[in-house]
Design a protein around this ligand. Sequence first.
Ligand SMILES: [Mg+2]
Length: 228
Amino acid sequence: MIKTVIFDVDNTLYSYTEAHKEAFKALTAYAEEKLGLSQEDFEKLHQDTEKELRAYMGNVAALHNRCIRYQVMLERRGIPLYPHVLKMNDLYWNRLLEAAEPSDGALDTIKALKGQGIRIGIGTDMTARVQFLKLETLGILSYVDFLVSSEEAGAEKPEQAFFARCVEKAGCGADECLFVGDNLTKDVLGAVDAGLHGVWYCPKGAGKTADVLQITELLQLLEKASAW
Ligand SMILES: [Mg+2]
């Protein structure tokens, strides 16, 4: 029997891909106007910096901290950090939050699960504060019983330490937890390896691969959760 359902956040509870496009557009306009960088130049600088930081920092939650990314970008070009780093960071996240809409059925699914006495967890590769802001904006935060960020766990999905922390907080057996996310390797196979049930959320249609349970709408979770 499923006692806890744990949700990934980005591209599961809302479309990060769509919201990011809007936020990045705003950032690119800022770079053009305030830093004198063309769109092409800015995109390349952004990409190169991300690559450099990934190689230097490794697979850690701080890699998602955009303040660090913008700071290093400007350092590479000898552009003053003040006032741009904080302005860019705020611009990106404020725009992303404005653009973020809950995925179809997300709220109804979570409310219905809660109504069945199921605990709601969040399991996300990211720094905690930004995820709290997203969940608050999406209207989901008040239903959340616990959250595990990779910042807290010191490990990113699919590392087993991450899922162990989720199970510890769920307060039930791993096989009584269901983890749902859009990333097959990180969310679904990671969860299954740790003994949880994994559900692959594929809003654009079922994925080709895999011997795993797939859903195209979050509301389908209701029947899946009660089937165990
Ligand atoms: Mg995701």
